[in-house]
Ligand binder design. Sequence first.
Ligand code: AP5
Ligand code: MG
Ligand code: ZN
Length: 214
Amino acid sequence: MRLIMLGAPGAGKGTQAANLAKELNIPHISTGDIFRANIKNGTELGKKAKSYMDAGKLVPDELVCDLVADRIAKDDCKEGYILDGFPRTIPQAEALDKAVLALGTKIDYAVNIDVPDEAIITRMGGRRACLNCGATYHVQYNPPKKEGVCDTCGHPLVLRDDDKPETVQTRLNVYHEQTQPLIDYYDKKKILVTVDGTQSMDQVFSDILKAVRA
Ligand code: AP5
Ligand code: MG
Ligand code: ZN
């Protein structure tokens, strides 16, 4: 199964993609996690991406399209994958169409996790992230077993650099301008599924599974 996760920053794409990847036994590919790992490791790509990310802006399409095309061509993606945070612009969606076509495959569903802006702002302050394995927690809604420590890999949890309230607002604006048009794009292709992302994490998860297994 080949899935795309759509939704505003903080809608729960990463949380649900990680659960779906386990359930469906396919890789979870988060472009945000790939960039953060590159920043942490001081790579050229990380250096190029950092200023855009810290400002809450999108990294230029040319830095992300080939990277994803290469990633989905890898052996572990033969049975499918979950794209989290890509595509984010119409040109990225068109580049993805080309890449899946070249592989002789197709995207099965674009899952849109719908959460209004007001709910996003309150969620983001409580998020904690593991920069080692990409796991995401929330101090109130999804706390780790031991405070400040990742359940999965034991690394310390941090507040992401782009989770400051003023940057969250910029990210929301960027989302509405550049990413929201993809909802229409995939609706026209008849592969859009929308779930109510204000429900509990478990309920959102079961709604997504129900929709993609229908
Ligand atoms: P990215 O890492 O993709 O960030 P984002 O899209 O802003 O989304 P987030 O990761 O912030 O939120 P999420 O939807 O994954 O929510 P989460 O599950 O964590 O991108 C970061 C930056 O990288 C971009 O700004 C850009 O600069 C760059 N970038 C990445 N991809 C790019 C691309 N393709 N093109 C160009 N630039 C790119 O959940 C949020 C919080 O809420 C957590 O604390 C979670 O525990 C909690 N939560 C989740 N679900 C629920 C629920 N149902 N109820 C209560 N709390 C919940
Ligand atoms: Mg995420
Ligand atoms: Zn971890």
